[in-house]
Design a protein around this ligand. Structure first.
Ligand code: PXP
Length: 241
């Protein structure tokens, strides 16, 4: 089973550039499914800069695979997500001015609040995930909160400006994966992963899913979304379970 989940936010970014109907994230998602994606991810941001509420409902209605919803831990998003009922929700930090999610969610000191926030999702049988940095304190807090998954933020690794930094960030991620697994958390990885830097995980087992958007949507401009997804599936399919 391929471990790739494709984030189609940027398809909506392009559509919103003209506030029209095309390109449609649902069509892109359906082609990504045909090319082997295990699931589709969207982030419904508070400012609705790309994905709109109607997109989330359309995706839920028409997808053949799983819908994962990234969202801020706000009452508004909780209400929408409980109505849509995606396969999984992933809580992410959100700042209005950022270009994209810049770091992991802070779970330390927030255990009670986040655990209460996740309770209705658990009651509705929706899987829960927390997008966090590769930091042992955050991982322990995620376990206390009772999330099913963590998604380890790979953005610092992807953005490393030299080899030493890259190696350090990779080490942090690998130890974070081991720690999370030992605490009974399932692990996804995401942010900034592309066709090259993902190779660092080719011998790493125990990763459930890779969440990838920008590099795939960028490549799809040149080769089409089917090929762009298929090429990433092919890479990830070589990795161990
Ligand atoms: N995971 C999370 C939590 C994200 O916010 C994003 C970006 O929307 C991604 C993964 C995908 O990152 P990228 O678009 O850099 O592949």
């Amino acid at each position: 089973m391929p471990k790739l989940c494709v984030n189609v936010d940027h398809v909506a970014t392009l559509r919103q550039a003209r506030l029209g109907l095309e390109p449609d994230p649902l069509t892109a998602a359906q082609i990504a499914e045909l090319a082997g994606a295990r699931g589709i991810i969207v982030h419904l941001r508070e400012d609705r800069r790309h994905i709109q509420d109607q997109d989330v409902y359309n995706l839920k209605k028409h997808l053949k695979t799983h819908l994962h919803l990234e969202m801020a831990a706000t009452p508004e998003m909780q209400k929408i997500a409980l109505d849509v009922k995606p396969h999984m929700i992933c809580l992410v930090p959100e700042k209005r001015q950022e270009l994209t999610t810049e770091g992991g969610l802070n779970c330390r000191g927030e255990e009670k609040r986040l655990s209460a926030y996740l309770t209705p999702f658990k009651q509705a049988n929706i899987l829960t995930s927390l997008f966090i940095d590769a930091d042992p304190e955050q991982i322990h807090a995620a376990q206390q909160i009772g999330a099913d998954f963590i998604e380890i933020h790979t953005g610092h690794y992807a953005d490393a400006s030299n080899h030493l930094e890259l190696e350090q960030e990779l080490k942090k991620i690998i130890s974070a994966i081991d720690l999370a697994k030992s605490l009974g958390l399932k692990v996804n990885l995401g942010h900034g992963l592309n066709y090259h830097n993902i190779q660092a995980f080719k011998n790493v087992s125990g990763i459930q899913e890779y969440s990838i958007g920008h590099s795939i949507i960028a490549r799809s401009i040149y080769v089409g979304i089917f090929k762009a997804v298929e090429q990433m599936v092919h890479i990830i399919d070589q990795f161990p379970d």
